[in-house]
Design a protein around this ligand. Structure first.
Ligand SMILES: CC(C)(COP(=O)(O)OP(=O)(O)OC[C@H]1O[C@@H](n2cnc3c(N)ncnc32)[C@H](O)[C@@H]1OP(=O)(O)O)[C@@H](O)C(=O)NCCC(=O)NCCS
Length: 388
């Protein structure tokens, strides 16, 4: 059994491996995820495969994503395309590949990883459901009751809207850097033929709405019918209202990160109901590097929230491994170190640590840890069009 990257000459065999493993039709992957699998944008060093007896039997993709959160940026390892051929399952291939990519991330200094999948399957390897976003329900009734005046929007082709979308996308303060050039002719790739309703783009000078399908919003766990809304002038509510009017849609759902206060504040004006959802399934590969990157945000929160001097050394345990970081709060400013310099040591399981740091239900929290919770969570938002 060899673990290695996929080779150019194996591309077709590799696509068949993914399609057969997932039971998806031919061409699914480059159409749905052109930013990962298209000829123009794929990066062979992202695809890890197992070769056994001269045949590709299993795959895991490790896609580097630049997460931006209030001016801080970190590289995340997005895990996708987890697949073993049906006849090769239960032999430990996925497990070997997950352990391999965890080691790659550690070696390359990638502090955080994200995927979307079963909590128990990935939980055994240290991933946990975490993060918080709001699914906002907006109806024509809630829009008219709000008194918000819809902005006139017009429907345009994806490629024509890219320069405008590229500009307004930057107004989302918690996001993932997007390679817009890898979404060339995205909507015309006709996801409808693959069982998904088509994407539609609506623009005005104030921003854009990307919608999916026409008519009613679907269930809470399915993809919302407003895939993305962005506005440099913070007129998201007017844009959504304008889209609903122009598309004759009476019910819309849009996802916004719980810490994206300005956009949330605007959209709540037209919201009839909301539900909180996790952002994804995360793994912390290096707690020191993660918290260190967010020192500026933690410091500003310590000041805003008037946190008294405090120190804690946090140990995240995953099997026999212990990942540690120390947080000092001194005079309202936060310093994170990799030493164990505090007398206040608290050990958590890796998965409890993920929910503590990225946001999630905690249950009992030790009193000695409570002040740290006032600095957390670290806000990470992965827009739907950046899923892997
Ligand atoms: C999921 C999939 C990749 C598993 O591949 P595999 O090579 O058979 O996996 P392994 O042999 O390493 O593991 C076999 C089982 O033991 C479990 N396992 C392995 N190590 C484990 C551990 N340390 N503790 C607990 N369970 C463990 C795995 O979770 C898996 O069970 P599951 O499929 O119910 O999750 C494969 O079934 C597949 O391709 N499915 C279709 C595509 C898919 O759904 N992909 C995941 C999308 S998120």
């Amino acid at each position: 059994m060899i673990i290695r990257n996929v080779k150019e000459e194996e591309w077709d065999e590799f696509m068949r491996l993914l399609e057969r493993s997932y039971g998806f039709p031919s061409g699914f992957f480059p159409r749905h995820y052109p930013y990962i699998y298209s000829d123009a944008c794929r990066d062979l060093s992202s695809f890890y495969v197992i070769e056994d007896n001269g045949k590709l039997v299993s795959h895991i993709g490790l896609f580097k994503m630049k997460a931006i959160s209030f001016g801080v940026s970190i590289i995340m390892g997005g895990i996708g395309g987890v697949a073993t051929l049906p006849e090769e399952r239960g032999k430990g291939y996925m497990s070997a590949l997950l352990n391999h990519v965890i080691n790659v991330m550690k070696k390359e200094g990638i502090p955080l990883s994200v995927l979307w999948g079963d909590r128990q399957r990935y939980g055994a390897f240290g991933w946990e459901v975490a993060g918080q976003k709001q699914a906002l329900y907006i109806t024509s009734r809630s829009v008219s009751k709000s008194g918000i005046k819809p902005i006139e929007v017009s429907e345009v082709k994806w490629d024509d809207a890219v320069p405008l979308m590229r500009r307004h996308y930057e107004s989302i303060p918690i996001r993932v850097e997007r390679r817009w050039e890898c979404y060339k002719s995205y909507e015309s790739l006709d996801p409808a033929s693959l069982g998904e309703p088509p994407l539609r783009i609506w623009v005005s000078d104030d921003g854009y709405v990307i919608s999916q399908g026409s008519g009613a919003a679907r269930g809470v766990l399915s993809r919302p019918n407003i895939v993305e809304v962005a506005s440099l002038s913070n007129r998201e509510a007017e844009l959504v209202s304008g889209f609903m009017k122009a598309a004759s849609v009476n019910e819309a759902v849009v996802h916004v990160n719980a810490y994206d206060e300005a956009r949330l504040g605007e959209l709540l004006k037209v919201t009839s109901y909301y539900v909180t959802l996790p952002e994804g399934v995360f793994r912390i590969n290096n707690v020191y590097a993660l918290l260190k990157s967010f020192e500026p945000l933690l410091s500003s929160r310590a000041q805003e929230r008037g946190l008294k001097d405090y120190e804690v050394t946090l140990g995240l345990r995953f099997n026999n491994e212990l990942d540690k970081a120390t947080v000092f709060v001194r005079g309202g400013s936060v310093e994170v170190t990799s030493s164990e310099g505090s007398g206040n040591y608290i050990e958590l399981s890796e998965r409890d640590g993920v929910r503590l740091i990225l946001g999630g239900p905690m249950g009992y929290v030790a009193k000695r840890l409570k002040p740290l919770t006032t600095l957390l969570p670290i806000p990470i938002h992965i827009p739907l069009l950046n899923y892997v």
